[in-house]
Design a binder for this molecule. Structure first.
Ligand code: ARG
Length: 587
């Protein structure tokens, strides 16, 4: 199915060529058609006449008039001129009717596949072993999973990689704690929290007793030197952490193709640093090995410079410390190499909080210096705030763990479900509460512009009437209940749907836009575009359902309206699947 903006762009190109005597003016890029901002003026609009008039130095309104004439009678839409030279298009209701039938026959509901599929590695979640998983990891986990779903659906090959922090200075404390204070029973029951308790306790003792800090450092040195006992404990820590994490991810229906943590790259680090020195990209500075600016960028765009006291000062990327230790940046360079070599990645997306912006800019820029190209993106995001607009914390000021957030969401959702459907069997209630609670957290995240901070508000995210997952799930459930009342005597219409009522036309117009929205979410990795769309769709459906009787209409009108209901349900379902949100049949 060709999307309407594509059809319109084709027609516009044809008309423009006619006006310009056979060919488009030199160096003109493709014409763009976008959804109209204001539905009173049409469904779609284009500024092509204005752009081209400027290029060839003619009057934009005159050019637009000629273009509209050349467009002539289009079978599916009408065109008119507005303002200084915009061309507005209105799609004919009959054509929307045809689109509805096409969509009903299509598993992809009209969404085209990309023409040139890519191999994309998506790096997300990536918590650190034996350290608290903070809210940044929650955002990364949810956004990353959705991007993976969207990219796969569009036809790309996606490799999801959980690059956990499994090699770091925290292991000095963990090893000492494991040997001296670990509660083994707790480790069996709840490994992630047991390790976390060890980390917190040892951290506290190190602050109070310098000799403990020294002992921890000694444990770390032994580990790095390959001490068998310490390596065994370290491996065990990673194992239990992975097991614990997998339980959480399973509950969230989030899965990774590979778990290549930081330690996976340890052996390649010395060679990498040597090669960067040999190629002149890195050099020694005060005993450390660093990469400095190569002057390629203007200073204000240079990730290796910072402005201080009116001067540009160097901020090198350190890749080996004076004591020989490697750093986060070194590992990320090795990781990037591996992903290109091993996974043949064309593109790598790092779903990591905004504070790491400088780090990724430096990494990508070092790749440029090495002559390695690719579409590398830092998909950054802001913070989650509490209702007091301060960083989201528990009551005793601790970071909020993902596990606790999930538990509380499901608990609260259980109350919502019990109130709404007291007669539902208990095991179904449990499943629905899980879908509603987890859906609510995911949607609250995904409906935000990822770069903004947002306030975590339980009541808002679980409301059945706001911009929430429960509202969308409930809309779907209401549509399904229409079909249950019908006792099965409905077959999808063969003829184009007859759309007469304004609310019907608006619903159809919204449904068709699904095919444009889904691809656009990947332009800048913005799942919130899809979330906002689903909310608009549900609202269009409710207006339609209020204005247009469905089951009480006579046969042809009824079947046509039922087809609109069916299609709305399918789009809602697929749209929520792409956001990783489960949709119950009843709630
Ligand atoms: N473990 C890191 C952190 O918690 C995130 C890792 C992100 N991925 C990467 N390739 N650097 O901040």
């Amino acid at each position: 199915m060709t999307t309407i903006p594509t059809l319109l762009a084709d027609q516009l190109t044809r008309a423009l060529k006619e006006v310009f005597g056979g060919e488009m003016p030199e160096n003109s890029s493709g014409v763009s058609v976008s959804a109209a901002q204001d539905l009173r003026f049409g469904d779609y609009q284009s500024n092509a006449a204005m752009v081209l008039a400027k290029k060839v130095g003619s009057n934009p309104r005159e050019l637009a008039t000629k273009v509209v004439e050349a467009l002539g009678d289009m079978s599916f839409a009408t065109a008119e001129i507005a303002g200084p030279g915009f061309i507005n298009f209105r799609v004919k209701p009959e054509y929307y009717g045809e689109c509805m039938n096409e969509m009903l026959k299509d598993d992809r509901l009209g969404v085209p596949r990309v023409k040139t599929p890519k191999r994309i590695v998506i790096d997300f979640s990536a918590p650190n072993v034996a350290k608290p998983m903070h809210v940044g990891h929650i955002r990364s986990t949810i956004i990353g999973d959705t991007l993976a779903r969207l990219a796969r659906f569009m036809g790309h090959t996606v490799i999801t990689d959980n690059h956990i922090g499994d090699w770091g200075t925290q292991f000095g404390m963990i090893l000492w704690g494991w040997k001296n204070i670990l509660d083994r029973e707790n480790l069996e029951k709840d490994p992630i929290n047991a390790l976390l308790d060890v980390y917190k306790e040892v951290n506290k003792r190190c602050k109070e007793q310098p000799h403990t800090l020294e002992d921890c450092k000694a444990e770390l040195v032994k580990l790095q030197g390959g001490d068998e006992e310490n390596l065994t404990i370290w491996r065990r820590c990673i194992e239990v952490t992975q097991e614990g994490l997998k339980k959480i991810y399973d509950r969230l229906d989030i899965h990774f193709d590979v778990w290549l943590g930081e330690s996976f790259y340890n052996e390649s680090l010395p060679g990498l640093v040597e090669s960067l020195i040999n190629s002149g990209i890195a050099r020694e500075s005060e005993g450390a090995v660093c990469v400095f600016s190569d002057g390629f960028h203007k200073p204000q765009n240079d990730p290796f410079l910072v402005s201080k006291d009116g001067e540009w000062q160097p901020v090198p990327a350190i890749i080996r410390k004076a004591d020989g230790a490697f750093l986060y940046a070194t590992t990320d360079l090795a990781t990037l190499d591996y992903r290109i070599r091993h996974f043949h990645a064309d593109s790598i997306w790092y779903v990591v909080g905004a504070p790491q912006e400088k780090h990724f800019k430096q990494i990508f820029d070092i790749q440029r210096m090495r002559g390695i190209s690719g579409d590398f993106r830092h998909v950054a995001f802001g913070s989650i705030l509490g209702k007091d607009k301060r960083p989201f914390k528990t009551r005793d000021g601790e970071t909020v763990s993902l596990q606790d957030v999930i538990d509380e969401a499901v608990q609260r959702a259980t109350r919502v479900v019990c109130e709404k459907s007291p007669d539902m069997p208990d095991d179904e209630k449990k499943l629905v509460a899980e879908a509603v609670g987890i859906g609510a957290i995911k949607f609250a995240e995904l409906s935000q512009n990822r770069l903004s901070d947002y306030v975590f508000d339980w009541d808002k995210m679980l409301s059945l009437s706001g911009d929430t997952a429960p509202y969308l799930q409930n809309s779907y459930v209401r549509i399904r209940s229409i079909f249950r009342k019908l006792d099965g005597e409905f077959s999808l219409p063969e003829l184009p749907l007859q759309l007469r009522d304004a609310a019907e036309i608006h619903l159809a117009r919204t449904l068709v836009r699904f095919s444009e929205i889904v691809p656009s979410t990947l332009d800048d990795c913005r799942p919130n575009i899809l979330a906002a769309y689903l909310h608009d769709l549900a609202r269009a459906f409710h207006s339609f359902y209020e204005a247009c009787p469905v089951l009480r209409s006579d046969a042809t009108v009824r079947d046509s309206r039922l087809a609109l209901c069916e299609l709305t349900a399918r789009v809602l379902h697929l749209g929520m699947d792409l956001l990783g949100i489960h949709v119950p049949e009843r709630m």
